[in-house]
Design a protein around this ligand. Structure first.
Ligand code: AMP
Ligand code: GLY
Length: 421
């Protein structure tokens, strides 16, 4: 089989690496890929959002199956385009990708179908939003409606902070069109859980639950990032909670999407908060999380490509999706300054890693003299072990073997989970 993977971050490294180990796969193309991916796949410099470029590529390099994992190409209709060319594809249609691409669409969906989530109001006028925030209790959460690289959420502790967030989004257009409409949302409290699921639009098969660490600073401080580290399994997510989520959140969401005429296929990401009133949806993503994917997939015991293909051909119910009972930890190594401004092109040195620990390339470029940094999140150190404690220790030990100028990492990945255990 010839496989096409669209994207070029740590998530695509994790997914493409695993697919490349499948004996049935004779060739794997990754567009655009990154320095590390080019060691085991053929990478071409075509942007993940370049629909025309991808179409022309596929006309010249026919493939049997495509995997589209970043949010922006999905929101632009990459999966529809590929299917239109006769290429079957892992990833939702443009209409279904709205579940992530518009927070107002997903909030309306949850309201309509009674799926538990934070109370919220949406606004397209700054005057109306300003009036509303003046009458609310704090903290309060303000979210850009559209895609914003995971950075479009403002937790506002006071009316001043909320007014500032509205100003940034709606006057200064910090995220361009994405902030033209906003959601003003009730602040929820409780442990956070990410559940990635495979779905073919009817059946939902959850992966092992994980915990992302979103803020740049330790202990939940500093600005939100795309994610600074992950642990799995998430010890807060008990079997009882899992059953409740399946019944009250996962299946109702998939059924709601079908009823709305946009059935969701691919990986549906549930960002949940376990509040004292039960689990609630914080966000949906229309794709695997990054770095959740590269943390959770090493624990998958069954074949990844089979599960992906089953989402496309409606065969998920009879396709096994089994995870080991081991634990995994991912520590993100970022460029100094991320998620704000950072420098690129810093040489990276990587020492010898212990067994059960691997380095996933996220933002790297290969040069004549070795790998250099090429993004905010540069590398992920991923480890698996029998216990979470051991996995966390191994990941940090692995992180010590990597260095580049300005390297930044959080030292508290897994702390909340280990305190709980
Ligand atoms: P999102 O991009 O929607 O996942 O939001 C990023 C982060 O902001 C989440 O992981 C939460 O930590 C936080 N967050 C989002 N919505 C809320 C909310 N309603 N209450 C409390 N925290 C929130
Ligand atoms: N790590 C969070 C996300 O991928 O949205």
């Amino acid at each position: 089989m010839k496989i096409l993977v669209i994207g070029g971050g740590g998530r695509e490294y994790g997914i493409a690496k695993r697919i490349s180990l499948d004996e049935r796969v004779e060739k794997i193309y990754v567009l655009p890929g990154n320095g590390g991916i080019s060691e085991f796949a053929e990478c071409f410099d075509i942007k993940a959002t370049d629909l025309d470029g991808v179409r022309d590529f596929v006309l010249e390099h026919p493939v049997d199956f495509a995997v589209v994992t970043p949010d922006d190409p999905l929101a632009l209709g990459m999966a529809d385009m590929l299917r239109g060319m006769g290429v079957s594809c892992f990833g939702p249609s443009k209409a279904a990708a709205r579940i992530e691409a518009s927070k107002i669409f997903s909030k309306d969906l949850m309201k309509k179908y009674g799926i538990p989530t934070a109370k919220a109001e949406s606004f397209d006028s700054k005057a109306a939003a300003s009036c509303y925030i003046a009458s609310q209790d704090y903290p309060l959460v303000i979210k850009a409606d559209g895609l914003a690289l995971g950075k479009g959420v403002f937790i506002c502790r006071s009316h001043e902070e909320a007014a500032e967030a509205l100003h940034e989004l709606m006057d200064n257009k910090l995220f361009g069109k994405s902030g033209e409409r906003v959601l003003v949302e009730e602040f929820l409290e409780g442990p956070e859980v990410t559940v990635l699921t495979f779905t073919d639009g009817k059946t939902v098969k959850p992966m092992v639950a994980s915990m992302d660490h979103k803020t740049a600073g330790e202990g939940g401080t500093g600005p939100n990032t795309g994610g600074m580290g992950v642990i799995a399994p998430n010890p807060f997510y008990t079997e009882k909670i899992a059953a409740e989520c399946m019944e009250r959140i996962f299946l109702p969401t998939v059924r709601a999407m079908e009823k709305e005429g946009c059935p969701f296929t691919g990986c549906l990401y549930f960002g949940l908060m376990l509040t004292k009133d039960g689990p609630k949806v914080i966000e949906y993503n229309c794709r695997f999380g990054d770095p959740e994917a590269q943390t959770v997939l090493p624990l998958l015991e069954t074949n990844l490509l089979d599960a992906m293909m089953a989402t496309e051909n409606g065969k998920l119910e009879e396709t096994p999706v089994v995870f080991s009972d081991k634990a995994a930890c991912c520590v993100v190594l970022a460029s100094g300054g991320y998620p704000g401004k950072y420098e690129k092109g810093k040489p990276i040195s990587i020492g010898v890693l212990d067994e059960g620990t691997e380095v996933v390339h996220a933002g790297t470029r290969m040069t004549e003299n070795g790998f250099v940094t090429a993004g905010g999140r540069v590398m992920n150190v991923i480890s698996t072990a029998d216990s979470l404690k051991e996995a966390v220790e191994k990941a940090y030990k692995g992180a010590e073997k990597v260095s580049f100028e300005g390297m930044y990492l959080r030292r508290d990945i897994g702390k909340i989970a280990l305190d709980r255990i």
